[in-house]
Design a protein around this ligand. Sequence first.
Ligand code: IVH
Length: 705
Amino acid sequence: MRFFNFEEDMYSKEQITSFQKETEHWLTQAKLFIEEKDIVKLISIIRFHEYRYYVENDPLISDTEFDQLYKILEKFEKDHPGFISKDSPTQRVGNSLIKDFPKTQHLVPMLSLENSYNEEDLIDWDRKAKELSGLSEIEYTVEPKFDGASISLVYENDILVRGITRGDGETGDDITPNIRQIKSIPLMAAFSEHHIQQIEIRGEILMNKSNFSKYNDSLIKQGLAPLANPRNAAAGSLRIKDTSIVAKRNLEGFLYHVSYVTYSKEKTKETILSHAAMLELLWNLGFKSPQKELKVVKGIQAVIETIYNFEKQRDELPYEIDGMVIKVNSLELQEKLGMTSHHPRWAIAYKFKARQATSKLLSVEFQIGRTGAVTPVAKIEPVQVGGVTVSSISIHNEEYIKEKQLKIGDRILIERSGDVIPQIVKSLIDTREGNEQEIIFPKNCPACAQPLFKNEEEAVWRCVNINCKAQMVERIIHFVSKDAMDIKSFGEANVRKFFDMGLLKDIPSVYEFDVQTLNGIDGFGTKSIKNLQEAIEASKTQPLHRLIYALGIRYVGETTAKTLAQKIHSVYDLEHMTEEQLQEIDDVGVKVAKSIHEFFQNPNNLQQIKKLEQLGVIIEGKKLEKISGNLNGQTFLFTGTLTQCKRNEAESLVEQQGGKILGGVSSKLHYLVAGSDAGSKLEKAKKIPSIKILTESEFLELLSK
Ligand code: IVH
């Protein structure tokens, strides 16, 4: 339903087609364009692609192609600094350190909303609104209640001039440099086309679920405590004083309310009459407003139905919401209803069932990981949180216990955000009875009784005893796991069982293991024994990167293992590399290089690799083929349908011979392999003389040379 009839959306169909065409030109013939007059156009092209990516979530070009455009602009601006404009996409790039965030007054105080928790609350609220307005039925909007950090943006003469936190509602912190790092928030928007001179917009800054979970993983990897929810992650990120770090957090902003506007002219036909129209205007100007999520309905029963339907899809949303917000759609009626001293009467929040619960901290167990890290795990009275029963919860490290002031016997508040592992939000200290006990961190390993050590830069205590059995079991579990050697039917429980039975003692023992001894043991029949035997055998030929990952070298995750495997022939090559040589490899920093080096200096580890080799595990990769590969340094792109092999097979054949696959046609491309029905990529490639166009047969011939 459209309430407000603009001439066109943010980008019309014609504009999209024209932007696409121009993008292609820039990607293929940038050299012809680099003149000052073209740069304004390039900025608008880049902004268009940012919008498609960050606001619409529907990019039209690959990341590599976007980077290419961006680099052209960057280079131009470097050569002509006088031409850098305030709204240039490069001006988001954070490299400034903020001293402090000046306190700034909001143009209009930031109010909070009245909360409702059930149908009765909503019916009651609707009844009052009807009484006050004298209407028998009211048109409402229903939209998500975003669970992030609220902010207020001010645009003056189309330019973003301020971004302020909620603060106490009257005054907040000016965090403009950080807001500029959020790519879905336009640095400039064409308000003047609607005669708007100054506008204050309210919204919420979020970290979406997938970025939150990546961020928490990275905290855990660094030995830091993860955050309880994406709201804290977003709020914390906005207060960072280094804008380059803020930029990396991938925050996004939803804008849902205009609190103040001044016009340069008499309002014309474009006068905005409804909340839905206001959101549409924001959307059309390039903002992420809840325009697609918004429902406009008549009467409170329809509101209730909408809320119930929406709640069912809550987990499928890419971001966290903690309820819905219901607003009176007509802005005139909103004005008439006005406010109480605390809340507007024209809006109400409906809160979903909490994903929080309280429980009691019963005891703490200290678990030893494969790197010897000691993780305290709280055993709690089982409690339901957001549909799952939680009975134990990681409390990460000693610092975390201190920071959260946790004690055994405490009542604790737990939160489970989406799919994220539940976390303790806090101890409910006021409910203490006096018999709660301090959590005492052990000085010795609970498994092998050797003293624990703590590195100064780390938050974790570690058992450094190489023979510690608890670590060994964890290392074997990691070695056989799905992403490592993938020995199906081993599984964590079986590894523990076989270890306790003395059938496994270290990693090589996986291949010395006499599966026949399982005969007659609970749950093991002839078939499962055969399957296990076959899985163990098959794992011997796993690719080199899996073996590197499976060895469990600290900081060497799957990606780093892949990079390393591409650079070496045999695992032993890593033994002979210096830390400096390791650091020359992409993705390998000081910490990772040090860890790899240390691993290979340890004779126990080398002995273990030797033994694996003797037991038939392949410890070599395909690097040698690559070095002598015909395609070293050559770039390829496949288009159309291949008939003699699958596209992914063809791509890996190229990679195996040292070639690289590109995401799109550009002057960097050496070969375009065109299958049948090849379309626009082929046309584009024909225009670039340096690209060689091959048929599938010619490609296969080239490979076999
Ligand atoms: S409207 C004057 N809409 O929830 C009314 N608020 O508890 C302005 N929030 O203060 C607020 N999603 O920080 C509105 N779609 C939405 C929202 C929303 C989240 C936040 C906002 C507000 C708080 C109320």
